[in-house]
Design a protein around this ligand. Structure first.
Ligand SMILES: *[C@@H]1O[C@H](CO)[C@@H](O)[C@H](O)[C@H]1NC(C)=O
Ligand SMILES: *[C@@H]1O[C@H](CO)[C@@H](O)[C@H](O)[C@H]1NC(C)=O
Ligand SMILES: *[C@@H]1O[C@H](CO)[C@@H](O)[C@H](O)[C@H]1NC(C)=O
Ligand SMILES: *[C@@H]1O[C@H](CO)[C@@H](O)[C@H](O)[C@H]1NC(C)=O
Ligand SMILES: *[C@@H]1O[C@H](CO)[C@@H](O)[C@H](O)[C@H]1NC(C)=O
Ligand SMILES: *[C@@H]1O[C@H](CO)[C@@H](O)[C@H](O)[C@H]1NC(C)=O
Ligand SMILES: *[C@@H]1O[C@H](CO)[C@@H](O)[C@H](O)[C@H]1NC(C)=O
Ligand SMILES: *[C@@H]1O[C@H](CO)[C@@H](O)[C@H](O)[C@H]1NC(C)=O
Ligand SMILES: *[C@@H]1O[C@H](CO)[C@@H](O)[C@H](O)[C@H]1NC(C)=O
Length: 247
């Protein structure tokens, strides 16, 4: 009697183990970063810490972000259209700009003035929401047949709420024009309502929230399964005891 019971609990224990192992394995496989990243060349850009200060010394815009430009242009040396991926190097990039009550523009100059990039943020004072509404680029690289200038005034990226900062750890692609897009990495911006020199509470982007959802769902599924297996085990034990008694 006792032997049958112990064999049953042993096999249930093994099953529980296997199920747990399978789930944990799958969970980790899902959470692990994708190994086949779409582009590795060049490596992810360094996060630059760009900020704007008004004439009386108060910080009015904070922007921490890693920026990678994806530019299509006519190459002189290769005599054809090429795609160049260039990281913005924070230590050789200067930030200037202006802050108004409902418009803030951040102008980045890098590469000894051969690349100029401007971000314009707009605040809707009715809804208290802000977003990146405009990006312009002018680039005059030595290998370019003609200097490139691109501008788009109808963008709607990096949406945040007044009083909060916008944060996104994951890579995002901001398409500006047919031959120009920006890949952003590790972004935290606050173009309005900055008090002091630090970011307000961050609003996480959807991409990051989706990322956090996976472990939560896996955890919940795991907990549910443990409870089900435990219940099955307890009920099975009770039944088998009852069964032996009737024999
Ligand atoms: C100076 O800073 C205060 C806030 O500390 C602000 O209200 C005011 O508009 C600023 N003045 C200028 C000229 O930027
Ligand atoms: C650059 O942009 C082109 C399309 O314009 C796209 O096919 C390519 O994947 C992009 N590369 C990177 C590294 O973002
Ligand atoms: C960029 O794309 C636009 C069309 O979207 C085109 O008119 C322009 O010539 C392109 N510039 C370069 C340098 O390729
Ligand atoms: C560039 O390529 C075009 C055809 O794509 C060709 O006609 C021209 O001769 C080439 N120029 C040079 C300098 O190689
Ligand atoms: C900027 O940083 C890069 C590495 O991130 C380094 O290779 C380069 O020498 C630095 N340039 C200057 C001017 O400090
Ligand atoms: C602010 O948002 C509201 C609602 O989305 C919209 O109707 C209004 O046109 C926006 N105002 C501005 C100045 O963009
Ligand atoms: C970038 O801006 C600087 C300063 O405003 C200017 O001297 C330079 O010519 C600009 N570069 C390009 C490529 O437009
Ligand atoms: C500007 O961006 C919007 C939204 O990404 C896009 O639909 C539009 O085609 C862009 N305009 C130009 C001139 O590339
Ligand atoms: C703003 O940027 C400058 C230059 O990088 C830096 O010295 C300063 O500490 C920054 N201020 C804040 C509030 O981050």
């Amino acid at each position: 009697m006792a032997q049958v019971g112990s064999i049953q609990s042993w096999s249930l224990g093994v099953m529980l183990h296997l199920v747990l192992a399978a789930i944990l394995h799958q969970g980790f496989a899902t959470v692990a970063p994708p190994t086949a990243a779409p582009h590795k060349d060049p490596s992810a850009p360094e996060q630059g810490k760009y900020n704007l200060t008004t004439s009386n010394g108060t910080t009015c815009l904070l922007a921490y972000m890693g920026l990678q430009l994806n530019i299509t242009f006519n190459s002189v040396s290769q005599n054809k259209t090429v795609q160049d991926i260039v990281n913005i190097q924070p230590n050789v990039t200067k930030s200037t700009g202006s802050c108004e009550s409902d418009v803030a523009s951040l102008h980045l100059t890098t590469d000894a003035g051969k690349t100029n990039l401007t971000f314009v943020f707009t605040l809707n004072t009715t809804t208290s929401k802000y977003h990146l509404s405009e990006v312009s680029l002018s680039a005059a690289w030595p290998d370019m047949k003609d200097p490139l200038s691109a501008n788009n005034r109808s963008l709607d990226y990096l949406r945040g709420t007044l009083g909060y900062s916008y944060k996104c750890r994951k890579e995002q692609t901001l398409t500006v024009a047919q031959n120009f897009s920006i890949n952003t990495f590790q972004v935290q911006v606050q173009p309005f309502g900055v008090s002091g020199t630090t970011f307000a509470t961050a609003e996480q982007c959807q991409l990051d929230e989706d990322d956090m959802l996976i472990p939560i769902v896996v955890g919940a599924a795991l907990a549910g399964l443990v409870i089900i297996v435990l219940l099955a085990y307890l009920i099975g034990r009770k039944r088998s005891h009852a069964g032996y008694q009737t024999i």
